[in-house]
Design a protein around this ligand. Structure first.
Ligand SMILES: Nc1ncnc2c1ncn2[C@@H]1O[C@H](COP(=O)(O)OP(=O)(O)OP(=O)(O)O)[C@@H](O)[C@H]1O
Length: 336
């Protein structure tokens, strides 16, 4: 069941617009501090665009500028070709928003909130299927302030989609949700995408980005540091890759080799045994990551060196590079 049907019959100056969201050179400052610093972003209809970035990177601020909740200090933002602040009245029926803090009235009951928002639209989505899919009936009579974090998120998502938007902004939509709820959210997002909605979401969940996103935009210090499809980002940093937006090569790691040993070794000694072709990072005691091209020779030399030193190998992981690896390479490993 898709149940997703976006309204085209609204009387408006909007014509199908590509891209659905276009941010160019966005600058936003708080108290003179620049938190978004010349950011470019586009999102197409019928696609999920995931915005990733460390805490404080400027993701929410960017999305809030797109939602018309904040005024840019520089650059341009267009949603369906319109200005989110100046054209807020035209855009409101076409844009669904799920805020990070929910933004819902705390004293109202869950079902009242949804019904109230639905009445604001000329042609809302039928409530019953939405309530069922997001499991809202279990807490329909509970006031918003008493909802758990995950329940509040589910209600906020229902509120975001009930107006059958053409553009959907979801700020960390599945944060705090249990695995069942998360799956229901992902299914709903995919259905909206398949119905032609432009979905822009922020997330810290690499699994969510890998599973949902048609395009991923990585933001750091208020700028885009990489963008592309997930396969493109996984391949980025390799020779010939054009997808690292800032032009830097990134860490050229076509694969990764992780070792666990029964007793610790000196990472620099292992690196020397590999002839300097790899950096060896000690992740935790007895756990090492070889950063560099993974070839049969690399595996043979590393294991032979361990054997020569009487060190028992307990785990050898030749896993593929993940989006999390790419994310850490692009944004560093220090806490913000
Ligand atoms: N209203 C505000 N006034 C002052 N500073 C703010 C305000 N909102 C956000 N900031 C600051 O702007 C920076 C970017 O915040 P933003 O919420 O956009 O980051 P984010 O990438 O969404 O982070 P997170 O992943 O933690 O949600 C942060 O340093 C934050 O403290």
């Amino acid at each position: 069941m898709t149940g997703v049907d976006t309204p085209d019959d609204l009387d408006s100056p909007i014509v199908p617009h590509s891209p659905a969201v276009e941010v160019a050179g966005l600058v936003k400052r708080y108290d003179g501090r620049t938190v978004v610093d010349g950011l470019d972003l586009t999102a197409e209809a019928g696609a999920v665009t995931a915005v990733l970035g460390p805490n404080g990177a400027g993701k929410t601020t960017t999305v809030e500028c797109c939602e018309g909740l904040r005024r840019p200090d520089g650059g341009t933002v267009r949603v369906l070709g319109l200005d989110p602040v100046a054209d807020a009245g035209v855009l409101r029926p076409r844009v669904g928003v799920m805020l990070q803090d929910g933004g819902l009235p705390s004293g109202a009951r869950a079902h009242e909130v949804l019904a109230h928002v639905a009445r604001m639209y000329a042609s809302p989505a039928p409530l019953a299927p939405l309530v069922e899919r997001l499991g809202l009936d279990a807490f329909a009579r509970t006031t918003v302030r008493r909802l758990s974090g995950g329940q509040r998120q589910r209600l906020a998502l229902a509120v975001a989609v009930v107006g059958r938007p053409r553009v959907l902004f979801l700020d960390e939509p599945s944060a705090g949700m249990d695995p069942h709820a998360r799956r229901a959210v992902w299914e709903l997002v995919r259905e909206h995408r398949d119905a032609g909605v432009a979905v822009v979401l922020t997330t810290h969940l690499m699994e969510e980005a890998e599973g949902l996103a048609d395009r991923v935009v990585v933001v750091d210090h208020g700028r885009v540091v990489a963008q592309g499809t997930v396969p493109e980002l996984l391949a980025a940093g390799q020779p010939g890759s054009p997808h690292v937006a800032d032009g830097s090569p990134g860490a050229a790691v076509p694969g990764r080799l992780r070792l666990r040993t029964a007793t610790p070794v000196v990472a620099a000694d292992l690196a020397a045994a590999l002839g300097g072709s790899h950096v060896v990072e000690e992740r935790t005691t007895g756990s090492y990551e070889l950063v560099g091209p993974v070839t049969p020779e690399t595996v043979a030399r590393a294991t032979a060196w361990l054997a020569r030193h009487g060190v028992q190998l307990t785990q050898l992981d030749l896993g593929r590079r993940t989006l999390e690896d790419v994310f850490l390479e692009l944004t560093g490993r220090s806490l913000r």
